[in-house]
Write a protein that binds this ligand. Structure first.
Ligand code: PLP
Length: 464
């Protein structure tokens, strides 16, 4: 089939996720047909550097034969069986054991799901169940953060703090509250009321302000009613928001003061993204629960889970009886076999250490050079996640939204230009984001930064 035939059929029959169906119908899709290493190839012959690793997930890069072999061998041996009703199979058992070996020492149990969203649904049920079993059934409120993304199921989007998602499809799950995110550039430096005064608050003071907002919310709801706080170590889909150094220590103090469970969503930060197996290790978080997905299988097959700390596991196991929860594909044998092989390869190839000691610091150095571009107001990165904040060169502040038609912004313009220049870089508002495969080389990082600079130049030209 040719590109136009695909486009036509796609237009007629395919409703894409997170897409304005009508607008896509007018523009037509890019048809991705092949991928190798850090590059994707489309049906029109373009080779594009995928600086987003698909959707933050292809950690080992594309085209790994070992993962194909692990999948085909398992498909032949046992393509499906479930883990319900006192059954299991070798891939699920081996993967559970390996995950618990890689996780912080106090996490020795895992519950498998098919995705990150299902993992967060599981989290919500587990934390409320835990407190009920502890004789504190009123502890039901879960506090999350504004603009957080925790998935697209009803529980996932309710835990998430994205207002446009809450506005669609009816009421959200009750007893979920949101507090401010530690986004210094957007809500500290350039917060409403602070614009013009510029940096009147330092990142460190802002980090403490955000932790104080969490404490205020706990006191407002009543500590006896709050079950858990959920957050990503570094907020991914919200805009690659790396919190100020003061944030996590202050949050940990608050949670300990009121005996509130900590859920660290590792769906993006897990499996090497921040230069440790888990983002929680980088920030020394000691979570009670860790939802995982994406990099667990490098995105080759869908699988997620929740790593459960000893405190919660003990109560669920010793006092819980049957937990009425699970998915047909919980610990699917083929997905588990691929995930296991993926983790084994990451370990054998020292991928996590490479991010921490080599390509992570190299990206930081090269990425920082983009701060010299007139469109860039801030550059940040940690491990292999990074962001650029676009600013109006005429004012030195964020672009005036009134200047652009609805649904269109400088970020979107820059993202589309990137694509045309052979680079996948995502935009969240006027924040440009990268999260490349962890196998990216230094030469490919140079190429990424060069393409980003060219795309910024072209964006500036179009705005002039
Ligand atoms: N949690 C976080 C932090 C995510 O970034 C995502 C997806 O982007 C999810 C959960 C949901 O995962 P999935 O899309 O696998 O359901």
């Amino acid at each position: 089939m040719h590109t136009e035939t695909y486009r036509q059929l796609d237009r007629e029959h395919h409703l894409h996720p997170f897409t304005d169906f009508k607008a896509l119908g007018d523009e037509g899709s890019r048809i991705v047909i092949h991928a190798e290493g850090v590059y994707i190839h489309d049906s029109e012959g373009n080779r594009i550097l995928d600086a987003m690793a698909g959707l933050w997930c292809v950690n080992l890069g594309y085209g790994r034969e070992e993962l194909v072999e692990a999948a085909t061998a398992q498909l032949r041996e046992l393509p499906y069986y479930n883990n319900f009703f006192k059954s299991t199979h070798p891939p699920a058992v081996k993967l559970a054991e390996m995950l618990c070996r890689l996780a912080p020492a106090h996490m020795n149990r895992v519950f498998f799901t098919g995705s990150g969203s299902e993992a967060n649904d599981t989290v919500l049920r587990m934390v409320r169940r835990y407190w009920a079993l502890e004789g504190k059934p009123d502890k039901q409120w879960v506090i999350a953060r504004e603009n957080a993304y925790h998935g697209s199921t009803v529980a996932g989007m309710s835990l998430g703090g994205m207002a446009p998602m809450h506005a669609q499809g009816g009421p959200t799950v009750p007893k979920i509250a949101h507090v401010r995110q530690p986004y210094w550039f957007g809500e500290g430096k350039f917060a409403e009321g602070r614009v013009g005064e510029g940096c009147d608050i330092s990142p460190e003071a802002f980090g403490r302000e955000c932790a104080a907002a969490l404490e205020a919310k706990i006191l407002e709801l009543g500590e006896e009613n709050v079950a858990a706080f959920i957050a990503e170590p570094v907020q991914g889909a919200g805009g690659a928001i790396i919190p100020p150094e003061s944030y996590w220590p202050a949050v940990k103090e608050v949670l300990a003061r009121y005996d509130i469970l900590l859920v660290v969503d590792e769906v993006i930060c897990g499996f090497g993204r921040l230069g440790e197996w888990f983002g929680s290790v980088h920030y020394d978080l000691k979570p009670d629960l860790m939802p995982i997905a994406k990099g667990l299988s490098s995105g080759y097959l869908p699988i997620g889970g929740v790593l459960v700390g000893d405190r919660v596991a003990e109560t669920l196991i010793e006092r819980g009886g049957e937990f009425f929860h699970g998915f047909t594909y919980s610990g699917h044998p083929v997905c588990a076999a691929v995930a296991l092989k993926n983790l084994e390869l990451m370990q054998a190839e020292g991928i996590v250490e490479r991010v921490r000691d080599d390509v992570g610091p190299y990206l930081a150095e090269r990425w920082a050079t983009l701060a010299d571009h007139s469109l860039v107001g801030e550059v940040r990165s940690l491990g292999l996640i990074g962001a650029l904040e676009l600013i109006d060169p005429d004012t030195g502040e964020r672009f005036d939204k009134a200047r652009f038609p609805k649904g269109f912004g400088v970020g979107t313009l820059c993202r589309d230009i990137c694509f045309d220049h052979g680079l996948v870089m995502r935009s969240v508002g006027d924040t440009m984001i990268i999260s490349p495969p962890l196998v990216i080389t230094r030469a490919e990082i140079d190429e990424l930064v060069r393409l980003a600079w060219e795309a910024l130049d072209e964006t500036a030209r179009r705005l002039a």
